[in-house]
Design a binder for this molecule. Structure first.
Ligand code: GLY
Length: 588
């Protein structure tokens, strides 16, 4: 066990002790292994090494929760579900009960990958022009920060579906740690205190949010203070007792409906009772001898990841050099074309015939590659017309789990913005998503991520908004070799792309792959966002090729990755946000 970031000092001694115990465990159990784990002395960054069990999430207590479930005999799905519920307690800005997401599950015994879609759905009363004002303009406040912005939540149904179909413990077992964290309380970490401070204005105006996340005088929770969440604990206990019905028909449903009725929300009893998890066929593509399993629509992540890999496969990227101008130029032009397609063709496949097979066809990748000018940028306006709006707060969270039987879970879930709509459900202790903003409110007008859409992603009752979430599992010779995913709104897909390229083309270990500087382009705005770490020389060469570069205001993505060589697991939580951790199962 190894702690990458410890968010608060009060737990430091306990953590140090655990670290010592874990190191002893790793080394004592390592002596019975054949070859020792792979540690390259030349690498600047190193993953955490464990036996075959590993959990990586954006919050340390949640990672510890998942690892403890593995140690108690649970499989990867049990650990993932426990981690997901724990994040709902410890990472309220993105972990959730009131949102939705996507989970890939690789079952080693069946050599099969399952894609679980638990994305939110639009309420029955939602109409296409829900967010247009009387002048026909998009009312962003309504779309992002009102009761109307919430889709029918899918997280509880999704996690429980995974647990009941693919877990090995009882639902009560995997919920117990989250209940304990909520009931007995956690010490507020610095990252949580910081993030609440930033979101104060938005949250404090809603009485329940004020009650849950701020002191009686309205000051945000302070780092190091004990934070108990009694209402959230009651909600989790109801789930442990009654399963999903507690949320979609029982006590929690009543609280949601009361809140909706009092505040002009659209979600009804029928919406909740009708919510369904959908198991979809995982998308599978190939790249340089690797098989990549990814999420199909209504996430755009899998389609465009595979589409971009198909374009890039035709060039010898390794020879160009990592993050050289020639390499980045090819990345930009590839991203530009994929995101242009996203705006036109992607939406909920149950409502719109998304041409998935055509988009991920190798011959289409070749055609797009052949249209790329290697000397000069192609203006986005030459690819398709569009508008140009700034990016906004990307939040979402990913976690990866690997168990000692070789089962793998790659899960990304979200309430959209940091703290979602900012509105907590009175009495239930959790925040509502603002995922309705992921729909295209008006054709040609970008959403909060600057992403455009048309009819394919227009609002319709019971439709799922288009997502960028990109959980992936990568295989070689039929065996899983690594899994990754990331938060980051529209930058999720390009973050996962660069992680795959860093590992496959540039042979980086997963910690190096996470640490390398990233770039992002999404067709519109026609701007290349770059992180710190792209040299001035490279930037100059890219500008000479006609690219408009801009330093990204935020980091681009934050991955949670696990790899395995069949003997050991290697975990890497991205360094871009403090508080996350890769935690090895403490025994083998
Ligand atoms: N809410 C961000 C996404 O689903 O892509």
């Amino acid at each position: 066990m190894y702690f990458q970031d410890i968010g608060f000092i009060n737990n430091f001694k306990a953590h140090s002790l655990l670290t010592v115990i874990s190191v002893i465990l790793i080394f004592t159990s390592a002596s019975s292994y054949g070859e020792p784990p792979i540690i390259e002395y030349g690498d600047r960054f190193h993953p955490v090494v464990g036996g075959r069990g590993m959990v990586v999430s954006q919050e340390i207590l949640a990672s510890q929760t998942g690892a403890a479930i593995l140690a108690a005999g649970g499989n990867a799905v049990d650990a993932a579900v426990a981690t997901g519920f724990a994040l709902a307690v410890t990472l309220p800005q993105a972990g959730n009960l009131g949102g939705g997401g996507f989970m890939l599950v690789y079952l080693a015994s069946e050599n099969k990958t399952i894609a679980i879609d638990y994305r939110e759905v639009a309420p029955l009363a939602a109409v296409r022009d829900l967010f247009l004002d009387k002048n026909g303009e998009v009312d962003k406040n309504k779309a992002r920060f009102s009761y109307l912005s919430a889709g029918v939540p899918g997280t509880v149904a999704g996690l429980i579906h995974a647990q009941q179909n693919y877990g090995s413990l009882s639902l009560a077992d995997v919920l117990a740690p989250a209940i304990k964290l909520a009931e007995q309380g956690i010490r507020v970490s610095y990252p949580l205190a910081y993030s609440l401070n930033r979101a104060q204005q938005r949250l404090i105006k809603w009485p329940a949010s004020r009650k849950y996340y701020f002191g009686p005088d309205g000051t945000p929770l302070q780092a190091g203070s004990l934070w108990r969440q009694a209402d959230l604990a009651s909600t989790l206990k109801a789930l442990a007792k009654e399963g999903r019905d507690a949320f979609y028909q029982g006590r929690v449903a009543e609280l949601i409906i009361a809140d909706m009725n009092q505040n002009g929300g659209l979600i009804t009893r029928q919406d909740l009772a009708d919510y369904r998890v959908i198991e979809r066929e995982a998308l599978v593509g190939t790249y340089r001898g690797y098989d990549i399993a990814a999420m199909p629509p209504p996430s755009s992540g899998g389609v465009h990841l595979l589409q971009m890999l198909n374009i890039l496969e035709g060039w010898k990227l390794t020879e160009l050099g990592h993050n050289s101008a020639e390499y980045i130029h090819r990345l930009i032009e590839t991203m530009r074309r994929a995101y242009a397609d996203r705006s036109k063709y992607l939406g909920d496949p149950d409502f719109y015939p998304v041409p998935v097979a055509d988009l991920i066809d190798k011959s289409y990748g070749t055609r797009l590659r052949e249209g790329i000018n290697l000397d000069h940028a192609t203006p986005s306006s030459d690819i398709a017309p569009g508008l140009n709006l700034p990016e906004e707060s990307p939040q979402t969270t990913h976690f990866s789990v690997w168990d000692n039987a070789g089962n793998v879970v790659s899960n990304t879930y979200t309430i959209n913005f940091s703290y979602g709509s900012g509105i907590a459900v009175e009495g239930a202790g959790f925040l509502l998503n603002n995922e309705m903003d992921d729909f295209s409110a008006k054709s040609g007008v970008p959403n909060a991520y600057g992403l455009l859409g048309g009819q394919a992603n227009a609002i319709e009752p019971k439709k799922r908004p288009l997502s960028s979430m990109t959980p992936v599992i990568v295989f070689k010779g039929g065996e899983p070799v690594f899994t990754t995913g990331s938060p980051g709104g529209s930058t999720i897909i390009t973050t996962v792309l660069q992680t795959v390229l860093n590992v496959v083309d540039f042979e980086m270990n997963i910690a190096e792959a996470a640490a390398a500087a990233r770039i992002h382009h999404q067709w519109l705005p026609d701007t290349v966002f770059i992180e710190t770490g792209i040299s001035l020389d490279t930037q100059r060469l890219l500008v000479e090729k006609g690219h408009d570069l801009q330093k990204s205001r935020r980091v681009i993505g934050r991955t949670q990755t696990i790899s395995s060589d069949g003997e050991y697991t290697y975990g890497a939580n991205d360094y871009r946000w403090p508080g996350g951790a890769a935690i090895a199962e403490p025994s083998r």
